[in-house]
Every structure is written in structure tokens, then in C-alpha cells.
Design a protein around this ligand. Structure first.
Ligand SMILES: Cc1ncc(C[n+]2csc(CCOP(=O)(O)OP(=O)(O)O)c2C)c(N)n1
Ligand SMILES: [Mg+2]
Length: 547
């Protein structure tokens, strides 16, 4: 016989869990005691939301389920945004929340909400454990569902009285399990259609960054010369310095990549799903699409592919690449001309010495400071578009941005999780002054855990992204400005190092200093967003139309 909470921890151990991120409440005390006796490390955070973001990012980077922990009611509601982040973003994450005793309780309805019902639309699976004997199968099921394509959030509620029960049940080991391969007929149909094309293009999306697809995709690109585009969540799956890289779909329309996608006569879309902001918009009669993914395409007004190859992506791409032999008639002259125009645009502003710093210079300097394996974790704001467009990712999952929930507040926690997964790689969080302040309290966690990370805060004293949209829609500038703390002193108050960028030329040496000096660094970087609208809305549209 063993205590139920010990069995929960044994199940976690049998799944290979290294960390549990969270904040316990009194309802979790049995589980906390069981965790104390295990090798699993509890990362105690200052908000459940950031614990959830960290667990989700752990899942995103490793493919293994990240685990988060909270109490009932308020702890569980604080996890909701992170659940949605993992659910839409395809990141395997398990949330374990406490609950008052379910068999006998003297607390009325104090703190009680129906957490499972709340979690239901933002998870793949949610379940209240009502008996200790059921813990192993429910735990195994939660991990299976979290990791199965498309990965996402799952939730188990462990009530206080169940956690304290005794049981003879034992963890159920993981199975040996392979993903199904695509059907030969589907491969043949895709190959036949590709052979008929004259200038096809490849779009690389989120799904391709999850599994070992990178090497296979690169070989197909090298063999056939097919140009490729990355989506925001597919950044870096193939090195974006490759001569056939056409660009990133940072915007949904009006950029050079969209000219290329219109000019192509076939789009091969690898690993994209409609939860990501559309990289391109399909219209009736527009370029045909071959969809290659683990799952069939979820049809949408802007996405209705004509051919689907469903099964393991890497294998499907490999098979298609192997069968493609008759491609001498492919002609990429136009696509490559568009690529050159985009490349020329991207380097503009890389040495701009105006101050406050311009976004193009900022992106260029972070790229200059970072080695190929360095990780940039972005929060959500206007700079995300600049990073997606201008920052060339060299490897998968080295630019962590959230293009599906697109929540603010995830930049710092996802940088912290990246540091835990890859302690030897430089990690930089890039946050707006708005997004940073949504989870800035985690500076304490980062300092306490002796992390080495750098947080660059882009200070425009406002919700810049929304100001940009407001201006763009012709509204009067209203209500999107605020004040900020002195970020240098703020960092120092947490025991972190605070720095302020004093000129455009100051940024790069400062980044280099932070990357080589262990500790938590916060860089206050004033930014000038005044040209965003002109460049992103007008100039790109006009210049891409002119190619
Ligand atoms: C949690 C959350 N709240 C609100 C929004 C809507 N939103 C998107 S970007 C943005 C402004 C971001 O401001 P900041 O972090 O300062 O970045 P900036 O655009 O100014 O660089 C807002 C309010 C969101 N995406 N997520
Ligand atoms: Mg801002």
C-alpha cells in the first residue's frame, strides 16, 4: 500500500518528469510532501500563469510534457491563460490542481469553482481524480494525450482527500509507440502534382519544428532547389540563411513573401494548422495547396487545401523528396528575384544609429550578439513582427514566439524555461514594457534559481502594437500610454543587474557583456516606433508590389 500522492509522484517519475512548476496551496500539501522526497525539482514561481508558461515552454523545447501545479479556485484560474497558450500553441503541458475534499467537507463552497469545466475548452483532456486506484491510468492517459499530435494542455484535479488515500495501484509504464506513416496513394498524388508544377514553393510551419523534420526538409530543398518560406512558429526549422529562403510570414498580407506565394503555382504547406495566424490567405481559385501534416487540415475560410498527405511529417517529406526526380522544368527565376528584393529590405536599418533605437537595428544587434544556438524568447508586441521578418533563425526553436494565443506575459517565463532546458546556451527574453510588467515578478524566481538570462525591455511607454493598429484604422490616439518604473532600479531591487541603453552603438557591447556575464540582466532599451506604420503598412506593400 502507498499513499496516493506518492503514486502521483511515481507516475511523474515514470514519465521522466524533471521539474514541476507552480505554487502549492493547502490542498496540495500531500503532493508537496511526496515531491519533497523525490528527485523531481519544484520550481516555485510568483504567479501560476508564469509557472504554466514555463511548463508549456519546457514541453515545446523537449517534446516531453511540462508539469505545472496550483491550488484550487484562484490558483487554477491563474493557470487558464497558460493552458490556452499550450493548447493553441501545440505544447505538451500537464496541470495538476488541488481541490477541497470531495467526500466530506466542512467548507461550504469556499473557493470552489468547477475547474474541470473551466479547463474543458482550453485542454485536450480534463479529469477529476475520484479514487486513488485510478491515478496511474489517468496519469498515463494525460501524458499520452498531451504529447500525441497535436500536443497541448491537459488537466488533472487531485482533491485533498484522494491525495491522502492509500492504494495498491502502480504506475503504468510508457508504451513503445510510433506515429503512423502517410498512405502511398497520398504520397503519389503529391509527387504527381509537384511534377506538373512549374514554380512550387514550400511553407514550413509549427508542426515541422516539433519533430525531426529539419534535416529531411533541408535535403529536399538542396536536392530540388525549391524555395521556402517559414511561418512564425516554423522559424529556423531550416536555416534562414539558406540561399533558397524567401522570407518569413510575419504579416498575413502585403509583404514580399506574399508576392512569392502568389507567384508560385503550387504551395507545399508542411506542418501548418489554422491555429497559427494565417501565413497566407487562400481564396477561391488561388494557388493550390498540398497539406502535409500529422493530421488532416482543419478547413477554414482562408484554408482549404486540395491535396493532403497525412502521417509522420518527416517521413512524408522524405518519401516525396525521394520520388521527385523529374523537376528540370521547375523555374524559380521570379521567386528568387522576390527573395533578393526581400533580402535587400531586411538589411536596411541594420546599422541605423538614431536613438532611441529603431527596431531594425535592435533585431540586427541581437542577431549579431547571438550564436546560432542562442534562444530569443519573445513576448507579444509590435517588435514580434520585426523579429519574425528580420531575425534570421539558424536552428529550430531558437526564436520562441507565440503566434497562436499571442498572449502578453510569456516572454520572461519562456526564457527562464529555456535556460533550464539549455543551461549552456545564451538566452535573451525580448519584451515590450507592457508585456514585461505582466510577469516581471518572476525576476525574483530567476535570481533565486541563479539563472543566466538577459531581458531586453523595449520601452515606448505604451501598448505600441495597439497604438499602431489604432492609427492604422484612422482612430485618434487615445489611452494607450503609461508610465514605467525605472527599470534599472527595478532590476536591482530584485538582485538582478540593471542596464540602460544610452545610444544605438551602446546596445551591441551591452548585449555581449550580458551574454558572457552570468546572472540575471535587465536592459532598459528605449525604442522609436514612429516609422512602424510607414514601413510595415505602406512601404512593404508598395515595394513588394513593384517587384
Ligand atoms: C494578455 C494580453 N492582453 C492584451 C493583449 C492585446 N495586445 C497585443 S499587443 C499589446 C501591446 C503590447 O505592448 P508592449 O508589451 O508594451 O509591446 P509594444 O507593442 O509596445 O512593443 C496588447 C495590449 C494581448 N495580446 N495579450
Ligand atoms: Mg510598449
Amino acid at each position: 500500500m502507498a499513499k496516493a500522492s506518492d503514486i502521483v509522484v511515481q507516475c511523474l517519475e515514470s514519465e521522466g518528469v524533471e521539474y514541476v512548476f507552480g505554487i502549492p496551496g493547502e490542498e496540495n500539501l500531500d503532493l508537496l510532501e511526496s515531491l519533497r522526497k523525490s528527485q523531481i525539482k519544484l520550481v516555485l514561481t510568483r504567479h501560476e500563469q508564469s509557472a504554466g508558461f514555463m511548463a508549456a515552454t519546457y514541453g515545446r523545447l523537449t517534446g516531453k510534457t511540462g508539469v505545472s501545479l496550483s491550488t484550487l479556485g484562484p490558483g487554477a484560474t491563474n493557470l487558464a491563460t497558460a493552458a490556452a497558450y499550450a493548447y493553441l500553441g501545440g505544447m505538451p503541458m500537464l496541470m495538476i490542481t488541488g481541490q477541497k475534499p470531495i467526500q466530506k467537507s466542512k467548507q461550504g463552497r469556499f473557493q470552489i469553482i468547477d475547474v474541470c469545466r473551466m479547463m474543458s475548452p482550453i485542454t485536450k483532456y480534463t479529469h477529476q481524480l475520484t479514487s486513488a486506484d485510478n491515478i496511474p491510468p489517468r496519469m498515463r492517459e494525460a501524458f499520452r494525450l498531451a504529447e500525441e499530435e497535436k500536443p497541448g494542455a491537459v488537466h488533472l484535479e487531485l482533491p485533498e482527500d484522494i491525495a491522502a488515500e492509500q492504494t495498491e495501484s502502480l504506475p503504468i509504464p510508457r508504451s513503445l509507440n510510433r506515429r503512423p506513416l502517410a498512405e502511398q496513394c497520398a504520397i503519389d498524388a503529391a509527387v504527381e502534382r509537384l511534377q506538373k508544377a512549374r514554380s512550387p514553393i514550400l511553407v514550413i510551419g509549427a508542426g515541422a519544428s516539433r519533430k525531426m523534420t529539419a534535416e529531411v526538409l533541408r535535403r529536399v530543398i538542396d536536392k530540388t532547389g525549391i524555395p521556402f518560406v517559414t511561418t512564425q512558429l516554423g522559424k529556423g526549422v531550416v536555416d534562414e540563411r539558406h540561399p533558397r529562403f524567401v522570407g518569413n510570414t510575419a504579416l498575413s498580407t502585403g509583404d514580399f513573401v506574399h508576392r512569392a506565394l502568389e507567384s508560385a503555382d503550387l504551395i507545399v504547406n508542411v506542418g501548418h494548422d489554422v491555429f497559427e495566424k494565417p501565413p497566407f490567405l487562400m481564396l477561391p481559385g488561388s494557388t493550390e495547396v498540398i497539406h502535409i501534416d500529422f493530421r488532416s487540415a482543419e478547413v477554414d475560410a482562408v484554408y482549404f487545401p486540395q491535396i493532403e498527405v497525412i502521417g509522420d511529417i518527416a517521413n512524408a517529406v522524405w518519401q516525396i523528396g525521394k520520388a521527385l526526380n523529374d523537376t528540370a522544368h521547375w523555374d524559380f527565376t521570379r521567386l528568387l528575384a522576390i527573395r533578393e528584393a526581400n533580402e535587400a529590405q531586411i538589411v536596411e536599418g541594420a546599422d541605423d544609429d538614431r536613438y532611441p533605437v529603431y527596431p531594425q537595428r535592435l533585431v540586427a544587434d541581437i542577431r549579431r550578439a547571438m550564436p546560432s544556438e542562442g534562444i530569443v524568447a519573445l513576448d507579444n508586441g509590435i517588435y514580434k513582427i520585426w523579429f519574425a521578418r528580420n531575425y534570421k533563425a539558424h536552428q529550430s526553436n531558437t526564436v520562441l514566439l507565440d503566434n497562436s494565443l499571442a498572449t502578453m506575459g510569456a516572454g520572461l517565463p519562456s526564457a527562464m524555461a529555456s535556460h533550464l532546458v539549455y543551461p549552456d546556451r545564451p538566452v535573451i527574453a525580448v519584451c515590450g514594457d507592457g508585456g514585461f510588467m505582466m510577469n516581471s515578478q518572476e525576476l525574483e524566481t530567476a535570481v533565486r534559481l541563479n539563472m543566466h538570462i538577459t531581458v531586453v525591455i523595449l520601452r515606448d511607454d505604451g501598448y505600441g502594437m495597439i497604438s499602431w493598429k489604432q492609427a492604422n484604422r484612422g482612430f485618434t490616439d487615445f489611452s494607450l500610454k503609461y508610465g514605467n518604473p525605472d527599470f534599472v532600479k527595478y532590476a536591482q531591487a530584485y538582485g538582478a543587474s540593471g542596464h540602460r541603453v544610452k545610444s544605438a552603438d551602446h546596445l551591441l557591447p551591452l548585449l555581449e557583456h550580458c551574454i558572457k556575464t552570468p546572472g540575471v540582466h535587465v536592459i532598459d532599451c528605449p525604442v522609436d516606433y514612429s516609422q512602424n506604420d510607414r514601413i510595415l503598412n505602406d512601404e512593404l506593400r508598395a515595394r513588394s508590389m513593384a517587384v
